[in-house]
Design a protein around this ligand. Structure first.
Ligand SMILES: *Cc1c(COP(=O)(O)O)cnc(C)c1O
Length: 401
């Protein structure tokens, strides 16, 4: 570890001792030329892997025309990307941001304004779920409700009521005259790859309808093809009123979006919200290029097929090494391995095999490969996981003996 005083950066990240210089597809290559199979993908950001030719060409071409324009002017790429999101989702309206947390901030503001313009300014409370993660701004740490992210940052932003994950009784008890909305990730990412069952999402939709609450989905991690559909909510057959999107939609370029129905967004009138960078021409060019690939025929089927290869392979690893791995979770290429050994030990063992993964809550290891991963690469990842599990298994057995 570096001496805190010897380097210029905030010490907020515990960084691995790895320096990558370039990337090709699903592979990251260090300064020394060592190749790592990247099943973390910038935490579900690099949806099309590294150096994707269509993204590189689009970015270069746009860089020679215009980078940034204020939102006081029309930005055709923004209208185009907005229309494509509208055409392919529940939404009628889109607001572009630079990050997931900002997309959530916009979602929260949209929900509060909806009730405000309906004559109910007192309805500003949003119900969230234990284990949630919605970002690191002051409002989104309050929404996530995790003590470790709130500690020392002053009074928690008011208006977020948290209930246990999957506890319908507690949820119903939490709804009151001040409640505006329910906010949930269809699959908790940071919280340990915990999917909300489809029937549970349908129940939430019903509870929202019965109580005039808005349903806000956080699909920052689960969206844009990650689960084998454009958005994870599609599996359940329901639609939200508002949705936060980021990560995969930019393919590595900082880009987020808040989507809403026209009704839910009716309070978001001229001047009530804004952004300097959100939706700038460079970001819009890349976002449109990502959709060119993701929305092409057969792309989601490819994601579903690769997910199946991974799922079957992981199931057999669990059978053989129960003293190391306990359970497989998730949907599509948002996968979690619940570990028996500490997940940090497992992540390190995988890194020793040159496979990059990322930890999550509940002692889980997340596998989030670029969606363009091939079957051969999936099998290579499985053999690396198997090799790591085998080594950890020997250590685990020696401890017991
Ligand atoms: C990453 C993430 C966020 C925050 O996104 P940032 O771009 O880091 O602000 C919010 N919600 C979920 C579900 C995420 O995975």
């Amino acid at each position: 570890m570096t001496d805190a005083n010897a380097q210029p950066l905030y010490d907020t990240f515990a960084r691995a001792d790895l320096r990558f210089e370039r990337g090709e597809g699903v592979w990251l290559i260090t300064e020394n030329g060592e190749r790592y199979l990247d099943f973390a993908a910038g935490i579900a950001v690099n949806s099309l892997g590294y150096s994707h030719p269509h993204l590189v060409e689009t970015l270069k071409a746009q860089a020679e025309k215009l980078w940034h324009l204020s939102n006081v002017y029309e930005i055709p790429g923004q209208t185009r990307l907005g229309q494509r999101l509208v055409d392919n989702t529940f939404a009628d309206k889109v607001f572009f941001t630079n990050s997931g947390a900002e997309a959530l901030e916009c979602a929260i503001k949209t929900a509060r304004r909806y009730h405000y313009v309906n004559g109910h300014p007192e309805r500003f409370h949003i119900i969230t779920f234990e284990g949630a993660f919605h970002g690191r701004t002051l409002a989104t740490i309050a929404a996530g409700g995790q003590a470790k992210y709130l500690e020392g940052f002053g009074p928690k932003v008011e208006g977020f009521d948290q209930v246990p994950f999957g506890d319908e009784k507690a949820l119903k008890a939490a709804i009151g005259p001040q409640t505006a909305a329910i906010l949930i990730e269809p699959i908790q990412g940071e919280g340990g790859v915990r999917p909300v069952p489809d029937e549970e999402l349908r129940r939430l939709r019903k509870i929202c309808d019965e109580n005039d609450l808005l349903l806000i989905l956080d699909e920052v991690q689960s969206g844009v093809g990650r689960t084998g559909k454009f958005f994870a909510y599609e599996w359940s057959g329901i639609t939200p009123d508002i949705m936060a999107v980021a990560k995969g939609i930019g393919g590595g370029f900082p880009l987020g979006a808040c989507l809403a129905t026209a009704e839910a967004a009716k309070g978001m009138t001229a001047g009530v919200h804004g952004t300097t960078y959100g939706g700038n021409p460079l970001a819009m060019a890349v976002g449109n290029a990502v959709l060119d690939v993701i929305l092409a025929d057969g792309f989601f089927e490819h994601v579903q097929q690769m997910a199946l290869v991974m799922k079957q392979g992981l199931a057999s690893i669990i059978d053989r090494f129960p003293e190391v791995v306990a359970e497989i979770r998730g949907r599509g290429l948002l996968m979690g391995i619940k570990s028996v050994v500490p997940n940090t030990t497992f992540v390190q063992a995988l890194r020793d095999e040159h496979l990059l993964t990322v930890g999550a809550g509940d002692n889980v290891i997340r596998l989030l490969p670029p969606l363009v991963v091939t079957e051969e690469e999936a099998r290579e990842a499985l053999s690396k996981i198997e090799a790591a599990a085998e080594r950890l298994s020997v250590t685990a057995r020696q401890k017991i003996a």
